[in-house]
Design a protein around this ligand. Structure first.
Ligand code: HAM
Length: 436
């Protein structure tokens, strides 16, 4: 047993004041999703391990070595399920759509926001519990939806005040095109077998595409010279890719074609894309996604096309923090200072009315170390008012209360002069506390 408990490595507590930035971010996400007609979906954090193995691909890093999986307790018949914490959201959303026959009356535009789990080596921007916002458009085949999803992400960056990103775009074609490319790739790497590192040799016949993603500088030249998938695409795939690009250009979204864009999960075909920032070091991918027209069938549904993306919330929030984007609503509007414990019942009644009228007010409350009646001196109360970031102190002194008033004192520049205001019109007082 440890002497002191700590959070599990790679899993973070989200505490005030940071949690205010999270709330603000989540509210922007929900507003933006609503404007794009995407609807909230919430699936369980635990799923059958097999869902991810089948859905994401047995040979992916995520399934091979990063899932938190365990054998559940046996049921009455002695059968135990193997379960996993979800490493991503797409497989669960697709499972739910198939299970509840969501596509019976046409396509569905769904989004989610929540924790995901991957047992990766923790570092800045890479955690074992992290959060994703994801958007999935199920049941749509046309390139318009691919473009619309990219526009949705771009609109989120705009609404959040982020401009430091670039969009990388690729096309993975269809399975037969990929098979032809894969054969060409294997032949190429086999012809250069002496230059392959151990990782590449292991991947050669399991997933040769991943070799293109090598981080080994000694293999860069070899990877650069490899046959390109874009040269193996047929007419339909080329037309789909061109239509996505036309739509992006028409909407003024800059992009860079990356012929080697390799996503870490196996379910993709046709369009793939990533939003990358230069401001986060090695973990610069803030959003990734693409088309996955075969996943629904793979998971047991009637064949239906789909496209989606997910963004890493921690990474986006770190970007916001770096850029100094301030989240509104982190501090209360006012802090109530109460010189005498006898006034509390009346003060509480006033605060109740102010809160009902929309003001955020924190009441000075006794701390266990404050001594006396526990309230502390006026000076220490003012110190606490200042420390909590409130714009105003509300001073509920005996004189004020006798006159049915409260003294409103500005604690921040620009919040106006000190004034005594009537408690009979709490709505007006609340407006005063909230006014810019
Ligand atoms: P992914 O590329 O594996 O795609 O993850 C999407 C994003 O989640 C990444 O770009 C990154 O920002 C964030 N992310 C991933 N792993 C971590 C981590 N360990 N720590 C912090 N952030 C991380 C998917 O998950 C797909 N389900 C996306 C998708 C949806 N494709 C179609 N629909």
């Amino acid at each position: 047993m440890p002497d002191k408990f700590t959070a599990i490595k790679g899993m973070n507590d989200i505490l005030p004041p940071d949690s205010a930035r999270w709330e603000w971010f989540e509210s922007i996400v929900r507003q933006t999703m609503t404007r794009f007609a995407f609807r909230d979906v919430r699936t369980p954090i635990l799923e059958h391990t097999q869902l991810f193995a089948r859905g994401l691909g047995q040979a992916t890093d995520v399934v091979e070595k990063e899932m938190y999986s365990f054998e559940d307790r046996a049921d009455q018949r002695g059968q135990a399920d193997n379960l996993s914490l979800r490493p991503e959201g797409t497989a669960g959303v697709v499972r739910a759509a198939v299970e509840h026959n969501l596509l019976y009356d046409g396509g569905k535009r769904l989004y989610y926001l929540g924790p995901m789990f991957r047992r990766e080596r923790p570092q800045r921007g890479r955690y074992r519990q992290f959060h994703q916002v994801g958007a999935e458009a199920l049941g749509y085949a046309g390139p318009q939806v691919d473009a619309e999803l990219i526009l949705l992400a771009a609109e989120l960056w705009r609404a959040l005040g982020l401009s430091d990103w670039r969009l990388e775009l690729g096309c993975l074609g269809q399975p037969d095109e990929r098979r032809a490319h894969r054969a060409a790739l294997v032949a190429y790497f086999e012809a250069h077998a002496d230059q392959l590192d151990e990782d590449a040799r292991r991947r050669l016949h399991v997933n040769p595409l991943r070799i293109l993603d090598t981080k080994n500088p000694a293999m860069q030249a070899l990877a650069d010279g490899a046959p390109q998938l874009l040269d193996h695409l047929g007419d339909a795939s080329c037309a789909h890719f061109a239509a996505v690009q036309d739509a992006l250009r028409a909407c003024g979204i800059d992009y860079r074609i990356n012929p080697r864009l390799v996503r870490g999960l196996d379910y993709y075909n046709l369009t793939v894309f990533e939003f990358v920032t230069g401001s986060l070091g090695a973990q610069g991918t803030i959003c990734g996604g693409g088309r996955y027209d075969y996943l629904i069938e793979e998971i047991g549904g009637k064949p239906a096309p789909a496209v989606g993306w997910a963004m890493g919330v921690e990474r986006v929030l770190e970007l916001l923090r770096q850029k100094g984007v301030a989240a509104p609503g982190a501090a209360p509007d006012a802090y109530a200072i109460v010189p005498d414990a006898a006034y509390f019942p009346r003060v509480l009644a006033c605060l109740q009315a102010l809160r009902a009228a929309g003001a955020a007010v924190q009441l000075h409350a006794a701390g266990h170390a404050d001594g006396g009646d526990g309230l502390g001196s006026m000076k220490s109360q003012f110190k606490k008012a200042d420390a909590c970031g409130a714009r105003y102190a509300l001073i509920f002194g005996g004189d004020e209360l006798a006159a049915g008033q409260v003294t409103v004192k500005a604690l921040r520049d620009g919040a106006g002069a000190q004034a005594r205001l009537s408690l009979s019109d709490t709505a007006a007082l609340a407006v005063h506390l909230k006014s810019p």
